[in-house]
Ligand binder design. Structure first.
Ligand code: AHR
Length: 496
């Protein structure tokens, strides 16, 4: 070994709470993300509850999904909510123009989405249609979902089987307004946003928090204009960043079978989100020093070339140890920005991009990313704690380098202190000396996730090839505690 990396956790200066919604999910009408992957309809042979697969919902509950964003994505800006209510057999069939040009049956609509969220016990994030919709259409959707009056729309909801209003926690006005949401300028969008927000009426206690569609990558112009001109109206500004191994959309890189060069470039590209968040937070700190507005990373994750033989519009990709490491690196970054990053939604929950679960007919498997989320559950609503790393070596590849160890600590709701560690180096295990000043640490206990190959993954034939296993370490006679973290690994432990 080189000298151990020393990690010091300061329990005397608690930081902001890590909002549970930092662990939020995204479910778009895209490929088999909803249909097949989660919703099979009440008549399916696959065991289900009102159409939602019991196996998938059970696994997602186990993962404590705190929040789901729906129905898109790009899909949201062509979605008309009235197509998705009433008798299912009478709903119009549309074409999903964004994703594969397939038929959209509208079998999953507003009522089905809230049923999913209620089965999961998750908060809800509905994305409104600004692109091809209108202030009136969004205003009426919010009324339909939230009104407790006897208005015609509230009565229509009752006729469709729901007496009480739905709990809409968040409502976004448009998605990626700079691109698939209408190719708008920040000026044009901000005006439309404020106009629309004016008409989103709901009983005070049921009014959703409103989210503005912001920028992506290093662009801060959206954050700047929205936070200067629409502070009053806004809970948070959405932001998207995808991790692409090659950094190029045309040929992104494969999900499996890659070499160390793409392991390195993927991790290195994912870490860029830290400076993107910092740049945006600087703008927010200038325009919103009272920290009213959140910075919401409501789409992120790895985006690879699709699996051979699958519909290119379905964005179906395998998920390996590399994805779990990417997820954990992002979690540690989000924790550091917990005062502004109050929500994130990985893209996407099932069968799409960096998914938690993959399905094949009646089979399902949990991906390494699922396991990373599961390991980090104690960080939901935990209080972040300052953490310092000393003597952290660099993991170098071909003349470039990234820090070898990434770490994060928090005091969880159960009162325990949790530490998360990531070793980005695929060739070298590392020693981490843990110090909590004022506390005599006896042991650490939790789980480790690693695997022999860079691209180890689960398949339907071997669904448990990669999963976390118990991990523990004890303090030596000198009272010092050292964790040996394997190469390419994620560890989450309670420090006792
Ligand atoms: O997550 C897939 C797509 O990526 C979303 O629909 C869109 O918002 C983004 O470009």
């Amino acid at each position: 070994y080189a000298a151990p990396v020393s990690v010091t956790i300061d329990t005397t200066r608690p930081g902001p709470v890590i909002n549970k919604n930092v662990y939020g999910q995204f479910a778009e009408h895209l490929g088999t993300g909803i249909y097949e992957g989660m919703y099979v309809g009440p008549k399916s042979k696959i065991p289900n509850t009102r159409g939602w697969r019991n196996d998938v919902i059970g696994a997602l509950k186990e993962m404590h999904v705190p929040l789901v964003r729906w129905p898109g994505g790009c899909f949201a800006d062509e979605y008309h909510w009235r197509d998705g209510i009433g008798a299912r057999e009478k709903r119009p069939v549309k074409v999903n123009t964004n994703w594969g040009g397939v038929e959209e049956s509208n079998a999953v609509g507003t009522h089905e989405f809230f049923d999913l969220a209620e089965q999961l016990g998750a908060d809800t994030y509905v994305n409104g249609n600004l692109g091809t919709g209108s202030a009136q259409e969004m205003s009426e959707w919010v009324e339909y979902m939230t009104s407790d009056s006897k208005s015609t729309l509230a009565e229509l909801r009752r006729k469709n089987g729901r007496d009480k209003p739905f709990k809409v926690d968040f409502f976004a006005i448009g998605n990626e307004a700079w691109g698939c949401g209408g190719n708008m300028t920040p000026r044009y969008y901000t005006d439309l946003y404020k106009q629309t927000e004016t008409f989103l009426r709901a009983p005070k206690h049921l009014r959703p928090q409103i989210i503005a569609s912001g920028g992506n990558d290093y662009d801060t112009t959206w954050t700047d204009m929205i936070s200067r001109e629409a502070k009053k109206q806004t809970y948070g500004i959405s932001f998207h960043y995808y991790t692409i191994p090659t950094g190029k959309w045309e040929v992104k890189g494969a999900a499996t079978g890659f070499k160390e060069a793409e392991w390195f470039s993927t991790l290195s590209n994912t870490l860029k989100i830290d400076s993107m968040i910092k740049k945006n937070v600087e703008v927010l700190d200038r325009n919103d020093p009272e920290k009213k507005i959140g910075f919401l990373v409501d789409e992120w994750g790895t985006w690879y070339d699709v699996e051979k033989g699958t519909n290119a519009g379905f964005l179906y990709q395998q998920n390996t140890l590399r994805d779990a490491v990417v997820a954990a690196l992002n979690f540690n970054i989000f924790h550091e920005h917990a005062d502004r990053v109050r929500m994130t939604n990985i893209a996407q929950m099932v069968n799409v991009l960096q998914a938690m679960i993959l399905t094949d007919k009646d089979k399902m498997l949990l991906t390494p990313t699922y396991h990373a989320y599961h390991m980090y559950v104690p960080f939901q609503d935990a209080t972040s704690l300052p953490i310092t790393l000393k003597d952290n070596p660099q993991y170098s590849y071909n003349g470039s380098s990234i820090p070898e160890i990434s770490a994060s600590a928090a005091r969880a709701k159960d009162g325990k202190l949790y530490l998360a560690l990531v070793n980005t180096n695929p060739n070298q295990e590392a020693e981490v000396a843990v110090d909590v000043p004022g506390v005599a640490i006896k042991s650490v206990k939790g789980r480790v996730l690693t695997a022999p190959a860079l691209d180890t993954h689960n398949t339907f034939q071997a669904p448990d090839t990669i999963k976390p296993v118990p991990f523990s370490a004890s303090a030596g006679a000198d009272g010092k505690l050292t964790i040996k973290i394997p190469s390419k690994a994620v560890i989450v432990v309670a420090v006792e």
